[in-house]
Design a protein around this ligand. Structure first.
Ligand SMILES: N[C@@H](CCC(=O)N[C@@H](CS)C(=O)NCC(=O)O)C(=O)O
Length: 233
């Protein structure tokens, strides 16, 4: 895909420390984005399952105790959307991933808002009780999530990418949610525009390490979810 030509790493002299947990969709989104930009980094795994996000060391990086977070030479950034915006402004060769143009940039922001305030929270409301509260999946919560899948399908009607004519940070944000939903048995093919975009985006992101960064994490998440279901069966 020609996509790769838009990413020319503006190499830094220092290495960014990326605080990551592979099961987390927002964490995978920001890591994949960082890799797309070719930024040198070292990974620090914060094991959310054993509560490492609440360590005093990590709370100094992110008082909201969530991954992802980065340390860029002593400058700490948290929240996947904010990290991606920062990395784009600071290190991308051009503004295609997060356009400077007010209208194009606002569309990207709207889709990021949709991703982090609606699509991901609705998926989280579905899986958290199964993973941590020992309950069966809720049909009602699945329906709530699917309402936002329908909206995403509408957004993608006659569109190639999530926000406009180019691949942007919104594609990174949303693809990690879709792959996680698929891993916990939501049928993506019910949403034809989403399914077509998903295939396209995976191809576009293959050279950034899509399989190892995103698919592997989504698969691991799916296995954990299924193992919880089996324990309950
Ligand atoms: N809006 C945040 C959400 C991050 C988030 O919720 N991360 C979860 C994992 S998916 C987390 O770190 N949870 C640990 C906690 O809240 O203690 C982002 O996009 O970075």
């Amino acid at each position: 895909m020609i996509m790769q030509t838009i990413f020319h790493p503006n190499m830094t002299n220092h290495i960014i420390t990326f605080y990551h947990f592979p099961l987390s969709p927002p964490s995978r989104a920001a890591l994949l984005f960082l890799k797309a930009l070719g930024i040198k980094h070292s990974l620090k795994i914060v094991n959310l399952l054993s509560g490492e996000q609440n360590s005093s060391e990590f709370l100094k990086i992110n008082p909201f105790h969530t991954v992802p977070a980065i340390d860029d030479g002593g400058f700490f950034v948290y929240d996947s959307s904010i990290i991606m915006k920062y990395l784009s402004k600071q290190y991308a060769k051009d503004d295609s991933l997060f356009p400077n143009d007010p209208k194009s940039g606002t569309l990207v922001e709207e889709r990021m808002y949709f991703s982090s305030n609606y699509l991901f929270p609705k998926l989280r409301e579905y899986f958290v009780p199964v993973l941590f509260e020992n309950t069966q999946p809720s049909t009602e919560k699945a329906k709530h999530f699917e309402e936002y899948m329908k909206l995403l399908d509408q957004f993608l009607e006659n569109e190639i990418w999530i926000a406009g004519k180019n691949l942007t940070m919104a594609d990174f944000s949303i693809i990690t949610i879709i792959s996680t939903a698929e891993a916990i048995m939501f049928q993506i093919n019910k949403y034809p525009n989403v399914a077509a975009w998903y295939k396209r985006a995976k191809e576009a992101m293959a050279s950034f390490g899509y399989e190892e960064v995103n698919q592997a994490g989504a698969d691991e998440f799916g296995n954990l979810f299924k193992s919880k279901l089996e324990q309950r069966a």
